[in-house]
Design a binder for this molecule. Structure first.
Ligand SMILES: [Zn+2]
Length: 272
């Protein structure tokens, strides 16, 4: 399942292709938007933004909201190139003079008025989006200091999109490693210094994952490990999917556990 950095990368691709362009052809075959082509045809795509796992396309006076769930996917191609063969079902096709953008297989698609966006049940409950380039350090630190979350363990809290949006499974393990915090710690047990470390790690780890297409170790280290023959799978993260291997920081062995069926990896030596 894509996490914040992947959704924001997809938003950026859509943005580059569509923003400022007029829609010259539309198809809306999906039930919740069927027959609504006229809302988009001839209108300008004013902006594209990702909010956690939702995509918002502001077109004319409307907002196209979609949440990809597990299988949804946006693709973008030049008008002159052919659509790749796919088994996915088309949900919406938006064409400009130069590009074709298609949403496939998503099931949560709506057309909203601009004023409805912030009140949408999914959007309204999101915490600060750490995958957004505009995320403010203070907004993240405020969440970490919010007593409402104090009693909860970091490992559960980091997957709660109302705490910090944009964090998924691999980021959870990587953020905790870089903050030097044990996954079972409760938020209220963090010292001031640890609160700052967690806020910094949440932002910088996610930023790096965005810039390096899912890699959370520094680029130099990643390239070195790859040259030494390590697979992408084992080289791209500090701890996630590296259980049984040596920690890059302390040489200890990376530990593994599962929480609600989802992988959580950490280093006992580095995380206190
Ligand atoms: Zn370590």
């Amino acid at each position: 399942m894509p996490e914040g950095p992947e959704i924001h990368r997809a938003a950026n691709t859509l943005k580059r292709a569509l923003e400022g362009q007029d829609i010259v052809h539309v198809e809306c075959p999906y039930t919740t938007i069927r027959g609504q082509e006229h809302r988009f045809l001839g209108k300008e795509v004013r902006s594209v933004e990702a909010r956690s796992k939702a995509m918002l396309l502001h077109i004319g006076d409307d907002v196209l909201y979609s949440h990809n769930q597990l299988y949804g996917r946006w693709t973008v191609r030049k008008v002159a190139s052919k659509e790749r063969k796919t088994n996915r079902s088309l949900r919406i096709k938006l064409q400009t003079e130069t590009h074709v953008a298609c949403l496939w297989s998503a099931t949560d698609i709506e057309i909203l008025d601009p004023w409805e966006v912030e009140q949408h049940p999914y959007i309204a409950r999101l915490g600060p989006d750490v995958a957004s380039e505009n995320v403010a350090f203070d907004a993240v630190l405020n969440q970490i200091q919010n007593k409402k979350f104090g009693g909860r363990q970091l490992c559960h809290l980091l997957l709660d999109q109302s705490f910090l949006a944009g964090v998924g499974n691999y980021l959870r393990s990587e953020i905790l490693f870089r903050a030097g915090l044990q996954p079972t710690r409760r938020l209220k047990s963090l010292t001031d210094e640890e609160q700052t470390q967690l806020a910094e790690s949440a932002i910088s780890t996610t930023k790096r994952a965005y810039a390096l297409k899912g890699v959370t170790v520094p680029k130099d280290l990643y390239e070195l490990l790859r040259e030494q023959g390590m697979s992408r799978y084992q080289a791209r993260h500090y701890v996630f999917t590296r259980d049984g291997l040596n920690c890059h920081e302390c040489e200890g062995i990376i530990s593994h556990s599962r929480l609600s069926g989802r992988r959580l990896d950490f280093c006992k030596g580095c995380q206190r």
